[in-house]
Each structure stands twice: as C-alpha cells, then as structure tokens.
Write a protein that binds this ligand. Sequence first.
Ligand SMILES: *Cc1c(COP(=O)(O)O)cnc(C)c1O
Length: 224
Amino acid sequence: MKEKLRKNLDQVIWNIEQARITISEHNIVQIVAVGKYSDEENIKTLYELGQRAFGENQVQQLSTRMQNLEELPLQWHMMGHLQSNKINKLIEFKPSLFQSLNSLDLAMKLNKKLLEKNKKMNCLLQVNTANEANKSGVSSQEAFDLYQQIQETCPQLKLKGLMSIGAHVNEEKIIQQSFEQTHKIYDALKKDGATICSMGMSNDYELAIKCGSNLVRIGSKIFT
Ligand SMILES: *Cc1c(COP(=O)(O)O)cnc(C)c1O
C-alpha cells in the first residue's frame, strides 16, 4: 500500500505543479488529504511520505483520528456539515481550520460556545457557488456581506477565507464558472484579510487551481 500511496501522492503533486505555474511561480497551493474513505494506517503512511494536512467531514471521525494519531505533528481540517450538537466536541478538539462554516446561525452558535470557553477558531465561510439546492453553504449573493457581518459580530471566529465545492456536473464550463464565482468573492474579501481560497477535489482540482484556488481537498485520488 505504501508504494500505491506514494505513487498517488506524487501524481497529485505533479499535476498541481503543472496547474499552479499557469497562474504564477509564487502561487503556493496547499494539499489537504481527505481521509474519510481510508484508515489511520494510511494516514500514518502519508505522513511518512511528507504529507502534513489531513481533513475529515465528520466530527466523530475527526476526533478519534486526532486522538489516535496525537503523537504525529499533523494539521487537521474539518470540512463537513457541523450539527449543533457537535459544536462542543469540535471546540474540544480544535482543528487548525474549520472549513465548512455554512450559515450565520451556525456562526453565532459557534461564537457563543467559544466565548464561554474563552477560545477561538480559524474558519472558512462555505459558499454554494454551484447554486445546487442539495449543497450546503451561503449563496454567492450574500457571501460578501455575511463574511463581514460574521467578522463584526463573531469575534471568536477567525475568518480566513472561503471554501466551496465545484458544481456536480460533467460540463467543465459550468464547474469553471462556479470556481470563478468563488474566486471573485474571495478577491473582494482580501481587503478583509481573506488568505485562503479552498476549492477543488479529486475530479476538479487542476481546474480549481487554474481559477485561483490555493487549497485543494483531495480524498479518492490520494487514498484509493
Ligand atoms: C470528501 C470530501 C472531499 C474529497 O473528495 P474527493 O472527491 O474524494 O477528493 C473534499 N471536500 C469535502 C468537503 C469532502 O467532503
């Protein structure tokens, strides 16, 4: 399995390299390896291969893995819908970045709990630029204003930028438009301190990078 993971990771790194230099030599793209289809053994192996950032989409799995792999200096990302009853657990484990802040309501609840515990959390606002009803995230129309509103009213949340999931369609043009939309909002938010534009998964990360992504979340293309 180690050789397989090495090959996968090398391939992904190579593809990212090709895509990122189309933007600029200085455009650095972070890889978050999403382990939800895989196990701790493989995460450990990827660590040995040099990978440091890992993501999960469930708080339960995130906390178990953070605990079991505690001895490794890993950076953990949470990127799935957060149910209100899991807020305390997320705060207890404190990932380095919570990527899926997807409503003002959640922001206020999270802020309140963080305040009680005198803690802060790095977050990305999730935007549904694909405009798909089954996808979570704030709409692209409200994203800009909401970002500023959260910054003003939720001081325990450290907003670092945006996250979005590309349109779930086959036409590349449509996916590209959703990434361009996210990047446009991100650009406008740079003056408010946004530094992370998280877009791109296994099937569309190269396109996402060409549209300005600087963080890709890759699961199946690394782990399987
Ligand atoms: C699962 C997941 C990924 C990775 O998916 P792949 O298509 O396997 O790369 C990325 N982002 C989020 C939010 C996910 O839930």
